[in-house]
Write a new protein. Sequence first.
Length: 464
Amino acid sequence: MVQVEVVATEELGDRSYLAHDGTVAVAIDPQRDIDRIQSALDRLGVRCTLVMETHVHNDYVSGGYQLAKVTGAVYAVSAHDTVDFDHHPVRDGEEFTAGSMTVKVVATPGHTDHHLSYVVSDDDGPPVVFSGGSLLYGSVGRTDLVDPARTEELARAQYQSARKLAALLPGEAGVYPTHGFGSFCSAGPTGDGPQGTLADELAGNDALTEPDENRFVERLVAGLTAYPAYYAHMGARNRSGPSPIDLSTPERVRPDQLAARIAAGEWVVDLRDRTAYAADHVAGTIGIGLSAQFATWLGWLIPWGTPLTLIGQSAGQVADAQRQLVRIGIDHLAGHALGEPGDLAAAGTRRSYPVASFDDLAGRTSENKADNVVLDVRRDDEWATSHIPGALHIPLHDVLQRLDDIPDTTLWVHCAGGYRASIASGLLDRAGHDVVCVDDDYAHAEELGLVTTTAITAATGALR
């Protein structure tokens, strides 16, 4: 029976895989930090002979090229994708042997033009399919990343590809997608279980349960939401054969150097949690707490190529942030600093802002509306579903581009759970605005009757 080892990258909502027979392994869609794959190979006592990409990824920098180099494995990439490195070009219907396993290449366009899935089987047990960004758990991969003008065309291809896999495989076949666990590469809500089968998808995946292709395409297109700006840079990196990562500790900088970098307009990001940042931070820094969403939001917001310095409470915190960042192609940090604001700020360069709840906001709305504004930084689809009447809506990813649209008054900033509101509050505080960060669950606003609701179903990745 084909055995599958899952290497999850929860921070980006993706999974890499090792399919093995106890001796030989096939790696599918490995992430940039390949040391995790190498550790799994060592632990399992297997050697990697094939590294296979389902597609040229848009949401992370691949580790496939480097993994193939260090293991001596064959590196399989679609023959129709133009890349700048040595590889084995593969086509629909081609088969490989890896130990006792057979790997069949299946063209499944939709998420990208030349997307492939890989069906792995042996003589004992059902096959498994590594479906990349094609058939996900309960959904499919989004189809607007190649070219927004071709979204509908690729959505139709995605529908046909999902059905092609369903016709090819038995119900007990294991399904192992790369995307769909919070990734913005998903076209809709997905399951996040450890594994699934084709039978599960036949029962609950819209691409397989909706008999009308036109209705499927209409729903898919309508459900697509904004995706991180750094996606624009990932394809080119992956086509070039990304270089090895360098996780060595970046230069440690002094308080005066931090001040100079802030004055020069560089990004200095404070990794502490949002409560600590609000209470006390070095003026001009940006608070993005180290969490599963850290790299997504930093990569989405930072002007690409801007020098970046991290402030952490420990070397381990900086190292964790650095690992997240190399996965999206932010390879070189300008430096790091360790300590609390009192240790790092020059005299007179510390700031703070208040943190509130929706109860506090409710009190404000009944007393003092004219002197302040509620700023909702959730996505467009979240706003369309429900919002606080009278609030100003600017999604977090648009805040820096729309600073001129933000009034010069006290801003009560909220999102769905506090994390995005904290980032927005830090950015606005840095720009000189008077902010109150609402660190509360949006459900509480609903309980208090603060919101108006529209019967629209939200789609992808509800970030908090």
